[in-house]
Each structure stands twice: as structure tokens, then as C-alpha cells.
Design a protein around this ligand. Structure first.
Ligand code: ADP
Ligand code: TMP
Ligand code: MG
Length: 185
């Protein structure tokens, strides 16, 4: 079974991934959680949520080597979870799809970047998924459900030509609803 958890930043994707993995651990299943080495925001060897929740993780590079490692190590577990899937190459989705034959695979990631463009790896994982969990955050402008992530530079929307990947949290990003999300120019 492949479960894919998507949404904007602050939607609770990492929290939901940890919650699900913990339940399998309680049930006596062997579980492993992977995260890309790019993301050392709160802890280098744990998946960490914006609310302080943490879970031990196996750190892999966000490239083909990382994808291979997940594919190989994952075989020995009942439950394989990967956070921040958007940072890996799209082939991760194929590897997770294969692992999902015979085990539980949980993937969490951003569906859209700050420009409002889909992240290919998350999209591909969603296409293979048995279940997609689409979470919303809270819009920082109006408090309604947020489905978008605004990147901010000195309080203003970051321009379209700023790099796609920029690791950060509340310092450089805000969750926004469709109405208050400003499409980068
Ligand atoms: P994600 O992995 O989707 O970014 P996390 O699970 O890391 O989400 O964090 C979710 C937590 O972020 C919430 O439980 C809440 O404490 C906090 N949070 C901060 N800003 C917001 C926001 N705008 N909307 C919702 N939750 C927020
Ligand atoms: P989160 O979904 O767990 O909050 O983490 C998302 C990470 O992705 C965070 O480090 C910021 C980063 N990010 C980008 O690199 N580019 C983007 O366009 C967006 C929206 C986030
Ligand atoms: Mg997260």
C-alpha cells in the first residue's frame, strides 16, 4: 500500500507521517523513516515537524544514490516512510511504488513549489498512490484553509526567478489560501 501525504508547508505532513509510523511501531512492525540530507532545519538525523515533534530518520542524499539506498534498505522493513519527497528525483516514486507491493509505504511532500508549479516527484508518487491525504495549513493572512506556500523576502513575495530549492521555515515561508497567495512575478 502506498500512502502519499501532500499539502503546502505547515499543513502537518511531517506530523501525520510520524503519527502513522508510530502506530505501526506500536503494532510491532519494523519501520524505517528516510529524509533527504538537504533538510537539516531542526535536526540532522531526525524528521522534525514545525511543532517540535521528531522521529529518528535515516538520512540519504537527494539524488539517484539516495533513491537506490531507499530501494535496497526498504526491502528489510514492513513500513517504509520518506519525508520531503519533492527533493528526490522522480524515480523515487517508481521505487516506492515497487516497495509498496508487500509493505506499507508512506511518502510526504510538497505538491507545489513557491511559484505554484507542481513538484514532479510528488506528482508521480500521487499518481501511483493507493491513498492520497491532502492536508491544508492555515492562511497567515485570513485564517482560512491554506493550499499554497508563499516564499517571502523581507516580507515581500519572492520573484519567480529565485531558486526552486531554498530550505527554510517560518523565516522565509507562509501558508496562504488561493485568495491571498500572490503568484510570483
Ligand atoms: P509540514 O511538514 O506540512 O510543513 P509539520 O507537521 O512540520 O508540517 O508542522 C505542522 C505544525 O506547524 C502545526 O501543528 C502547527 O503547530 C505549525 N504551524 C505553524 N504555522 C502554521 C500555519 N500557518 N498553519 C498551520 N500550522 C502551522
Ligand atoms: P515542509 O513541507 O516540511 O514545511 O518543508 C518544505 C521544505 O521545502 C522547506 O525546507 C522549504 C522547502 N521549499 C523549497 O525548497 N522550495 C519551495 O518552493 C517551497 C515551497 C519550499
Ligand atoms: Mg515537513
Amino acid at each position: 500500500m502506498l500512502v502519499v501525504i501532500v499539502g503546502p508547508m505547515f499543513a502537518g505532513k511531517t506530523t501525520e507521517l510520524i503519527r502513522r509510523v508510530e502506530r505501526y511501531v506500536i503494532a510491532g512492525k519494523r519501520a524505517i523513516v528516510f529524509k533527504p540530507s538537504i533538510d537539516a532545519r531542526y535536526d540532522s538525523s531526525k524528521v522534525a515537524a514545525h511543532n517540535g515533534l521528531k522521529f529518528g530518520a535515516y538520512v540519504v542524499p537527494p539524488d539517484e544514490v539516495g533513491v537506490e539506498t531507499i530501494g535496497k534498505l526498504g526491502l528489510d522493513y514492513d513500513v517504509v516512510a520518506v519525508d520531503e519527497v519533492q527533493f528526490f528525483p522522480p524515480r523515487l516514486a517508481d521505487v516506492l511504488n515497487e516497495l509498496a507491493d508487500g509493505r506499507v509505504v508512506i511518502a510526504a511532500g510538497l505538491n507545489l513549489d513557491f511559484r505554484g508549479e507542481p513538484f514532479e516527484t510528488t506528482m508521480r508518487a500521487m499518481a501511483f498512490a493507493d491513498k492520497v491525504i491532502s492536508l491544508t495549513a492555515v492562511c497567515k493572512v485570513c485564517g482560512r484553509p491554506a493550499t499554497r506556500t508563499q516564499r517571502l523576502i523581507n516580507g515581500a513575495p519572492a520573484p519567480k526567478n529565485s531558486p526552486r530549492i531554498l530550505v527554510g521555515g517560518g523565516d522565509s515561508y507562509e501558508a496562504r489560501c488561493r485568495r491571498h497567495y500572490v503568484r510570483p512575478a
